[in-house]
Write a protein that binds this ligand. Sequence first.
Ligand code: RET
Length: 298
Amino acid sequence: MKQNNTKFYNYIIILTFLALSGSLILKSNIQYLIALLGIFSFGILHGSNDLFVIEKLSKKHKQNQFLKSLFTYLGIVLGFVVLFYFIPSIALIAFILISGYHFGEQHFHHKISNKASTLATLFYLCYGLLVLFLLLYFNVKEVIVIIEDMTGHHFPEVVFFYVFIFSLIISLSFFLILSRTNPDLKASSFRNIFYLIIFSALFYISDVVWGFATYFVLWHSLPSLKDQINSLYGKFEIKNFIKYFKKAFPYWLASLIGMAVVVWLFKDTKNFLSLLFAFIAAITFPHVFIMRKLFNRH
Ligand SMILES: CC1=C(/C=C/C(C)=C/C=C/C(C)=C/C=O)C(C)(C)CCC1
């Protein structure tokens, strides 16, 4: 299993180097197109089976549970949309925090035995924020414009720098503390330093959309799809990916239609990237809680 995971990440590293070369070679509109295709395919797909995952996790009566989950799910999405409408800056900060947690958890949950502990939770949060703010800080000019369009607030550049430095120091400290009781984590030190070097090069060279799409698809969505397929069907293989895709298809399609409607409704007042990130934010909230539940089960 461990061998398999290393092989999987070796492929991801090769694809990341291709993405790095792509950001130097490809014209920017082609990059934009490929990035959006990645986000809308694997990116959205990895969160499209959330209801099926809850159904698997729950031992209660199936039909009731499905409806209950569907309404809770839609309620959380709607709650976030309302929050975003009335207090966009707070909603964005909440989105960034839970995204940090979610990225960190996906990256490290295999390596930590006491996954639900406060220390592990804080470590996931800080590591995810570190990667996220590496991306945001290296593209800070573009990012400030998007955030201003999303929230109406101008966040100064130094904020991004401080969050980056803070999350670097704290996640390094938590890594050292957790390494004492988690040998797999300790053994992954050099690999993880190498990953951070690749991410830095990628985010420095690429623009924000290409950098985000590369990380989101290759380092987050594909590993998450692998974990979910392993949990739901026992093995990550093409046959099971097709099963997963068939189950997820209606929700995936509904998400894409939802996104198209949002873009169409706000096309005259907001720019496309703000709408894209706001949309991702809304569907991310329930997904993060479901994945935490899935990981903590093992
Ligand atoms: C890149 C980027 C942003 C953050 C995006 C995030 C945080 C995405 C998280 C996605 C997740 C967690 C998906 C679920 O699986 C901002 C701040 C909106 C500003 C513009 C650039």
